[in-house]
Design a protein around this ligand. Structure first.
Ligand code: G
Ligand code: G
Ligand code: NA
Ligand code: MN
Length: 253
């Protein structure tokens, strides 16, 4: 048996589980939201990270069903936290294929109506490579999300060849600066200057910026000094199941 042949049944049996990783305001070190990152709780193989199966999902023609499932799970979680008294936005990763899907926006519209969830509690993350497939189509989709009141972020920013074209063309809310820029931000003055420049660019454009892959306090201190809005990474929390991140809802970092 191959993983590929098990995808449909995995979806049916809810073996795809959302883990949640905190995003933190750098200035106050308080929680501002979570990114939902999927894991496959495989009955034989254990817990598989998305790198091991997202490509298969995209190639198998089930990516539309899969993404709808992840968004529905995220919305259920937002509503559960809301009932507990916590208003915490959750971002969901989209695939490039979702941007090509004419039925996607109507699905989201229906979901918002059906559940009553506030659109500003839900965010979508798109990678540069996903938006690059067809930038005109991406632009339209992002406009449609904006009209619904759903914020969009560009993930792994700076890893592609046309990062600045996206900033120009797309009306995005947030840039997630790839962790390659953060890794040595506390030890390498060139990296520090690059991050400083990107933060200042984003601030001038009124785009929120998230530093990805913040692992140590020294990185966080530099990012605070550079006035970076938000941070995400192992320093603040690894992706974990909903019950496990609930203890973060009331605390500072
Ligand atoms: O295997 P690893 O955990 O490193 O993979 C992380 C990658 O998987 C990231 O690029 C992340 O954006 C992507 N990813 C995580 N969850 C989802 C999801 O639900 N849907 C899609 N399309 N990508 C996801
Ligand atoms: O592409 P995206 O940024 O969505 O990828 C998310 C992936 O990055 C997840 O697999 C997550 O486990 C991983 N990740 C999150 N925080 C850190 C971190 O601080 N360091 C490293 N090395 N990986 C991280
Ligand atoms: Na992401
Ligand atoms: Mn990323």
């Amino acid at each position: 048996v191959t993983l590929r042949s098990q995808l449909r049944s995995a979806l049916m049996h809810k073996q795809f589980v959302l883990y949640y990783q905190p995003k933190v305001a750098m200035a106050t070190e308080t929680l501002t939201g979570f990114e939902a990152i999927v894991r496959w709780h495989h009955p034989d193989e254990g817990i598989l990270p998305p790198g091991q199966f997202i490509d298969l999902i995209e190639q198998s023609g089930i990516v539309h069903v899969f993404t709808r499932y992840t968004i529905e799970q995220a919305v259920e979680q937002i509503l559960r936290w809301q009932k507990m008294g916590y208003l915490v936005p959750v971002s969901v990763n989209l695939s490039a294929y979702n941007l090509m899907d004419n039925a996607f926006v109507p699905f989201i519209q229906g979901l918002l109506q059906r559940t009553g969830v506030s659109p500003n509690m839900l965010e979508f993350e798109l990678t540069e490579s996903a938006t690059m497939v067809d930038i005109k189509v991406s632009k339209k989709m992002i406009e449609a999300f904006n009209n619904l009141g759903i914020r969009t972020s560009i993930d792994d920013f700076g890893t592609g060849m046309s990062s600045f074209a996206y900033l120009r063309e797309l009306d995005i809310h947030t840039v997630k600066l790839d962790r390659a820029f953060i890794r040595q931000v506390h030890t390498n003055s060139k990296d520090q200057k690059i991050v400083e420049g990107i933060v200042s660019l984003c601030r001038n454009l009124n785009v929120e910026i998230v530093a990805e892959g913040v692992e140590v306090k020294a990185q966080a201190e530099v990012l605070q000094r550079l006035d970076c809005h938000l941070g995400q990474g192992f320093l603040f929390g690894k992706p974990a199941p909903a019950e496990k991140v609930e203890r973060l809802l009331n605390r500072e970092f």
